[in-house]
Every structure is written in C-alpha cells, then in structure tokens.
Design a protein. Structure first.
Length: 146
C-alpha cells in the first residue's frame, strides 16, 4: 500500500493547496474508505500525468544528446520539474538531518524516497530544457535573441 505513495509522490505535492485550505488539514478521501486504499486506487491514475512529463523530459534529454530538439520542453514542464527538484533537495536534506527515530519510521522513509526519486527524475526535464535552449541558440542565433 506504500508503493503508490513512493511512485506517485507528485500527486501528494499537487494536493498540498487543498490540504492547506481544508479545515481538517487532510487530503480528500471518500467517506468509508481508508486513505491508503484511496491512494492505491487513485494516485496511479493521477500520477500518470507526472510520469508522462518525466518521460518527455528523459526523451528530450536523449534527443538533445544528438542535437535534436524533440519533444520540445515547455516552460510549464520546466516549472513543474523545478518544483519537484526542489522537493527532492528538501527530501535529501530531510534524511540527512533526521533523527534516528525518524529513520525507523517507514512512512517518513517512503516520503523521503519518493521526494528524492522525483527530484532525480525532474532534473532530466530541467537539463533537457537547458540543452534544447543551447541547441536552438547555436542553430539560429538571431531568433534565439528575440
């Protein structure tokens, strides 16, 4: 039941605004359903968007190594990747500064592992965007300045 939390960590990040506004300070779960069951059923579906974005970033990075700009990474994808990369960095700092008791908490370790995993995946999208900008500047310097 913890695997959806690890693999689809960005869904949790996307829910943070709702959790902050909600008076109960919890994620939305249908009545009569355990939160773990809801995550196992719904998060893979909603997480598909983030996996797709990550796949585009990796594909763009592989193409950029051959000086090809395909698929073109947008600003929105880069911003989402930057948020996830920052979350990964915070997770890394979190595990390095945690107490021994925290390191025994399975839920904490899963959250940290999910944050680090998506931080690493997000760096591919950011790197792809940077490389694509360089390729475009090299191929058409007049258009890249304007």
């Amino acid at each position: 039941m913890e695997v959806p939390l690890l693999l689809n960590f960005p869904v949790l990040i996307a829910q943070v605004p709702y959790i902050l506004v909600n008076s109960a300070k919890r994620e939305w779960v249908p009545k009569g359903m355990f939160p773990e069951t809801w995550r196992a059923l719904s998060w893979p579906f909603f997480g598909t968007v983030f996996w797709w974005l990550s796949g585009r970033g990796i594909e763009g990075l592989r193409a950029a190594r051959r000086s090809i700009v395909h698929p073109r990474i947008s600003v929105v994808e880069t911003v989402v990747a930057a948020i996830l990369a920052c979350t990964g960095l915070v997770s890394l700092v979190g595990i390095l500064t945690s107490t021994p008791d925290d390191r025994k908490d399975v839920q904490f370790l899963i959250l940290v592992a999910g944050g680090i995993l998506w931080g690493i995946l997000a760096t591919a999208t950011i790197a792809s965007r940077i490389l694509q900008r360089r390729i475009l500047k090299r191929s058409n310097p007049e258009k890249a300045q304007g």
